[in-house]
Design a protein around this ligand. Sequence first.
Ligand SMILES: Cc1cc2nc3c(=O)[nH]c(=O)nc-3n(C[C@H](O)[C@H](O)[C@H](O)COP(=O)(O)O)c2cc1C
Length: 187
Amino acid sequence: MLAQNRGIKPLLQFPAGRLSRMDKRQESRSIGGGMSSTVLILYASVSGTAEELAALTALRLRTAGSDAVAMNVAEFPAMRLTEFDTVLVIASTWGEGEPPPDAEEFVTSLGKLPAESLPDLRYAVLALGSRAYPEFCAFGRRLDEDLARAGARRLLPRVECDTKFKADYEAWFAAVLAQLKEPHAAG
Ligand SMILES: Cc1cc2nc3c(=O)[nH]c(=O)nc-3n(C[C@H](O)[C@H](O)[C@H](O)COP(=O)(O)O)c2cc1C
């Protein structure tokens, strides 16, 4: 398990702790009151891969000139999705097709949002998993479907990653970046 996640290390050129503090500052500046143009990157993770990819994505988007903040779904009430116009979701699957344990509350709340309650939200899902499991990327798939059911619009089709995910992540990120340059009507 740990070995398969080592692939991400060369992508990161900073200590994760420092990024967390950066994200907290960004979060306090950007969240609260009205619709935020900040790109929200939500992650659901157990062994840290999705978390590291979310932090990397936030850093890259900031470097490209966008406001971006990475947050654990465990700390983010699904209702607050109404405050954002763009969310990127990076989520791993655990157990037998299940969410990471600390993502349960978020996905339950998301599932209870009324249909069409997120009409102004656009989103993209990067699902992490392993083809060694029969329920490949099931949680990412579920989030993708729940967001669509709640009325959010896909920026691009969901990307599902096996354990060697670097190329898929890079392609997903490039597609996200291209879509974010499009007018907001895209989706
Ligand atoms: C105990 C265990 C159960 C897993 N179950 C699934 C599964 O049902 N479906 C799947 O696609 N991947 C499954 N995986 C693979 C993880 O989703 C994959 O390793 C992912 O990259 C972990 O991301 P994280 O470090 O962000 O938690 C499982 C991994 C472990 C160790």
